[in-house]
Design a protein around this ligand. Structure first.
Ligand code: GLU
Length: 321
C-alpha cells in the first residue's frame, strides 16, 4: 500500500470526464463507490474532471441537496477541476439540438399516454423495464421544426444494431428499436429528457470518458443513437457493477439508511468508508481503513470484481462499530 499521496499531475485538457450526480437525495454507498472509481481513474490517467449536477434528471430538486451533494463528495476526498456546472443553466444548447433533430425530421411531438403505448406494445420480455414504443404509433407527418416545447417529443429510432466496446464490460451490441423504440427526448416539463440532456452536455463539455453504473448500459445505445443523429463523437464508456442489497435489488432505502451523510453524522470516518470501497474493489483482503490517496494509488480497473457488490450486515457493522 502507498504511504505518500501519488502525484497529481496537471490534468490533460483533451481527456475529460464528468462526475454527474443527480441531486435526488443524499449520496449512498453505491453512488459513492461509482464516483470514487470515476475520480481514481481520472486522476490515474490524467483526465480533467467536470462536476456536473444533473438537476434535469428529477422533477423537483429539494433545496439544499446540491450543496449537500458537493459537501459529501468533498468529505469523501473527491475533487474536480471544473464546476459545479448546474445542468439546467444550459438549456439553449438543448433547444438547439432539438432544432437540429427537427430539421432532419428525426423528432416529433407525442401526447400518447402510457396506457395507449402499452396497449400497442407486444408482451414485454422478462427483465424489460421499459415499454417499447411500437413504430405503428409514430405519426405519418413528422414536422420539420421544434415548434412546441411544452409537449413530449420522441426520436425516430430506425432498426439498427449499435455496437461499442465498454472498457470494463467489453463488446456491447443492442438495437434500441427493439428495446425501447422511439424514446422521449424532450418532456412536457419544457426541458430535455435525461437521454438528450446527457448527450448534449457531454458534447458541449467535450467529455471523452464516461464512467457510471451498469444500470445505464442500455441507455448507452440510446445515447449513441442520439450522438450519431446530432453528428457528435461517442465518448469511451466504462460501466461498473452496482452495489445491491442482500435481496439482489439495487441499493435503496429499503436496505436501511446507507447514505454517506448518515454514517458521517454517526461518527464514521472517511477512512472507514474508503476502506469499505477498497474492500469492495478487491484492493484489500479484508475491510481496513484507507485514505483517498491510498485508494487512488491502489485502484486497478483490471482486477475490479466483475460481479455486483452485495452490501452485507458485516459492511454496515464495519461502518458503525
Ligand atoms: N445522473 C446520473 C446518476 O446519478 C448519471 C448519468 C450518467 O452518468 O449518464 O446516476
Amino acid at each position: 500500500m502507498h504511504t505518500t499521496p501519488p502525484p497529481n499531475p496537471t490534468p490533460n485538457p483533451t481527456q475529460i470526464t464528468r462526475i454527474a450526480p443527480s441531486p435526488t437525495g443524499a449520496l449512498h454507498l453505491g453512488n459513492a463507490r461509482t464516483f470514487l472509481i470515476n475520480w481514481a481513474l481520472a486522476r490515474q490517467n490524467n483526465w480533467s474532471i467536470i462536476l456536473r449536477i444533473e438537476d434535469l434528471d428529477t422533477p423537483r430538486v429539494k433545496p439544499g441537496v446540491i450543496d449537500q451533494t458537493i459537501d459529501t463528495l468533498t468529505w469523501l476526498g473527491i475533487d474536480w477541476d471544473t464546476g459545479p456546472i448546474i445542468q439546467s443553466t444550459d438549456l439553449p444548447n438543448h433547444h438547439a439540438a432539438m432544432e437540429s433533430l427537427a430539421s432532419n425530421k428525426l423528432v416529433y411531438p407525442c401526447t400518447l399516454t402510457r396506457s395507449q403505448i402499452e396497449a400497442a406494445a407486444s408482451a414485454p420480455n422478462e427483465g424489460d423495464h421499459e415499454t417499447r414504443f411500437d413504430p405503428s404509433l409514430r405519426p405519418t407527418q413528422i414536422p420539420s421544426s421544434f415548434n412546441d416545447a411544452g409537449t413530449n417529443w420522441r426520436l425516430v429510432v430506425q432498426p439498427n444494431t449499435i455496437e461499442f466496446t465498454d472498457t470494463f464490460l467489453g463488446l456491447q451490441s443492442f438495437d434500441p428499436s427493439t428495446t425501447t423504440g422511439d424514446f422521449v427526448v424532450w418532456t412536457q416539463r419544457s426541458c430535455p429528457s435525461y437521454q438528450l440532456a446527457v448527450v448534449v452536455d457531454d458534447h458541449h463539455q467535450s467529455i471523452t470518458h464516461i464512467v457510471r453504473g451498469d444500470d445505464l448500459i442500455d441507455s448507452a445505445t440510446r445515447q449513441i443513437t442520439l450522438q450519431r443523429a446530432l453528428g457528435y463523437t461517442t465518448p469511451q464508456y466504462t460501466h461498473l457493477p452496482l452495489v445491491r442489497g442482500q435481496d439482489g435489488r439495487r441499493l435503496a432505502k429499503r436496505h436501511g439508511d446507507t447514505r454517506i451523510d448518515h454514517y458521517r453524522s454517526s461518527g464514521t470516518t472517511q477512512e472507514h468508508i474508503i476502506g469499505l470501497m477498497a474492500f469492495w474493489c478487491g484492493l484489500t483482503p479484508q475491510r481496513s481503513k484507507m485514505s483517498p490517496a491510498d485508494f487512488l494509488g491502489a485502484f486497478d480497473l483490471d482486477t475490479l470484481p466483475k460481479d455486483d457488490i452485495i452490501f452485507t450486515p458485516e459492511d454496515d457493522q464495519w461502518l458503525t462499530s
